[in-house]
Design a binder for this molecule. Structure first.
Ligand code: MRU
Length: 360
């Protein structure tokens, strides 16, 4: 059985409730943009690509149920719904990219005199439905590009990778980005061991990545976040590969909180540090990572696990969900569907990296 975070067919959307994993596998149907927004905000679905796809498909669900009297009414509804969905989580830029692309597409169909409102609605739905297949195709390319790059640079057939948070089938439409690289190396029989961090405070590593690795029978070991430096000192780690929520023009990368300290440790230990990022995670409008909005999550996500308190009542909490890894620490490169680039090379590839074909 292939793990699927998102299931969609003919205007019906289901998401795997990731808050219940690994103990329960329960799909929840999403029947409106409001329910899509809530599922994203509460992190029932999470991971930069998955968030953007669920946002778009919850709009498709809503369009499927509605009849619009005019194209004007439809276009305004699409624009307003997307603006609302974009407020769910601020850091991952993939959501903003999808919002921009669908809004532009809607404007294009609106101007095209040959479509009726019903035809325009159906065409928009068809385009949004393509996001699922397109994401899997992109992730497989990232997996292959990253896997090959690591093999060439490590010059060994026995690769061990450390990853952080969850970037696999549960964070995407399937296969995964950083976990896609691990998957590709495993399929190529070159992976000796994957190490995943627990990823406090929300434990996406322990709950989700460990679950995926066990599910897919990939040789893997779980560590606490505080064990990273010791792991790097005492065991052979060929490379670190993590995902991205937003890559700024200079290569600074926002990803799950804790990524930055892993990158510092990797630099100290001379271990190549890679970011796996689809083109849709780049934000060339921001010159550096200092400008990336960092989401802060409620303190209860730090203070308790499954509603059981684990910290002293009354303590102050600071709970940023992401941090920014400076480009100079991304020593292995940024793995995309069109190749692997060092942060300093990004400038020479802006046009290719900005041409996003999410809806093709
Ligand atoms: O808060 P989350 O679980 O949505 O954070 C997820 C991450 O930080 C992932 O590494 C990132 O979104 C890339 S997923 C392919």
């Amino acid at each position: 059985m292939v793990l699927e975070a998102i299931q969609y067919e003919n205007g019906h959307l289901m998401i795997l409730d990731q808050l219940l994993l690994p103990n329960e596998t329960i799909y929840q149907s999403i029947n409106s943009i409001q329910e899509g927004w809530e599922a994203i905000k509460l992190m029932k679905v999470r991971g930069a690509p998955a968030i953007s796809i669920v946002a778009a498909l919850s709009l498709a669900v809503e369009l499927n149920k509605k009849t619009f009297l005019s194209k004007d009414e439809l276009h305004n509804y699409v624009k307003e719904s997307l603006q609302y969905l974009a407020t769910s989580r601020p850091t991952a830029v993939n959501l903003c990219q999808v919002v921009k692309l669908i809004t532009e597409l809607s404007a294009e169909y609106f101007r095209n005199g040959s479509y009726t409102s019903e035809e325009m609605k159906n065409k928009l739905m068809q385009e949004m439905e393509k996001l699922l297949d397109s994401d899997i195709r992109i992730n497989k390319l990232i997996g292959k590009n990253g896997g090959k790059h690591i093999l060439e640079h490590c010059k060994t057939d026995s690769i061990s990778i450390l990853t952080h948070c969850n970037t696999g089938s549960l964070a995407t439409a399937g296969y995964g980005t950083a976990l896609g690289v691990i998957r590709w190396l495993f399929e190529d029989e070159k992976l000796s061991q994957a190490y995943c961090t627990e990823t406090r405070p929300y434990n996406q590593g322990a709950r989700l990545t460990a679950y995926e690795l066990v599910h897919d029978k990939i040789p893997a070991t779980l560590i606490c976040d505080s064990m990273v430096a010791s792991l790097m000192k005492s065991r052979k780690i060929s490379a670190v590969v993590v995902g991205a929520d937003r890559v700024a023009a200079n290569g600074d990368t926002a990803n799950k909180i804790g990524t930055y300290q892993i990158a510092v440790n990797a630099k100290y230990h001379g271990i190549p540090f890679y970011v796996a990022s689809p083109k849709s995670s780049f934000d060339f409008s921001l010159s550096s990572g200092d400008l990336i909005p960092i989401e802060e999550r409620p303190s209860n996500e730090m203070m308790s696990i499954n509603s059981i308190p684990i910290a002293a009542k009354g303590i102050n909490c600071w709970n940023p969900a992401f941090d920014v890894t400076p480009a100079e620490l991304i020593t292995g490169g940024i793995i995309t569907e069109i190749g692997v680039f060092s942060p300093s090379e990004l400038n020479n590839h802006i046009e290719e990296l900005m041409s996003i074909e999410l809806l093709k």
